[in-house]
Design a protein around this ligand. Structure first.
Ligand SMILES: [Zn+2]
Length: 177
């Protein structure tokens, strides 16, 4: 359908515009909110150091457990965000166990030798889609409570009626649309 294609194209353009601002700063996450009609997409990108405590693929059972723990958190939207409105979760999108290659972790003993750690950076990304009866007035980010090392989040949003950006912190968790 023409209209669907147009909406899809618009969504992709908005999405890539928003992503153009993406950067990797430790202790700072990103949240992007895109609204079309009654659907609200919320995408999170966090430095892996704040999500799981390291920025490489897990190398032992303890690190794999950290990733599993974070996946559970990401799959519990009530601990991540709260809409001020009548909104129902439609879907959670995350591929964290693939991103962190959980299946490849060897569950053997720890050799104790130094690892050839790369000095790269890693992000943890996940997203939600909600369907809201009426446009929610605001959205609160609950994630700060679960991840104490996360100090800030830069939020950007494009809704049917407004667009904006705001820097969030533990004491400033609310985005008003
Ligand atoms: Zn990093």
């Amino acid at each position: 359908m023409k209209l669907n294609n147009l909406l899809l194209a618009t969504g992709l353009i908005l999405s890539s515009q928003l992503h153009a601002a993406a950067k990797h700063v430790h202790d700072e996450g990103e949240v992007l909110i895109m609204n079309q009609g009654s659907l609200w997409d919320v995408q999170f990108t966090l430095p892996a150091i704040n999500a799981v405590g390291f920025e490489h693929l897990p190398e032992n059972k303890a690190q794999a457990a950290k990733v599993t723990q974070f996946i559970e958190l990401a799959r519990t939207p009530a601990k991540v965000l709260e809409f001020n409105g009548e909104c129902k979760l439609v879907s959670v999108k995350e591929s964290l166990s693939d991103d962190f290659q959980i299946a490849k972790v060897k569950y053997g003993h720890d050799h104790g030798h130094g690892h050839d750690e790369s000095h790269g950076h890693l992000d943890a990304s996940f997203s939600y889609q909600f369907k809201c009866k009426d446009a929610p007035k605001s959205l609160s980010i609950e994630l700060f409570k679960a991840l104490p090392s996360l100090h800030h989040m830069s939020a950007q949003w494009i809704t049917n009626s407004s667009q904006g950006a705001k820097k969030l912190s533990k004491n400033k968790t609310e985005i008003e649309f």
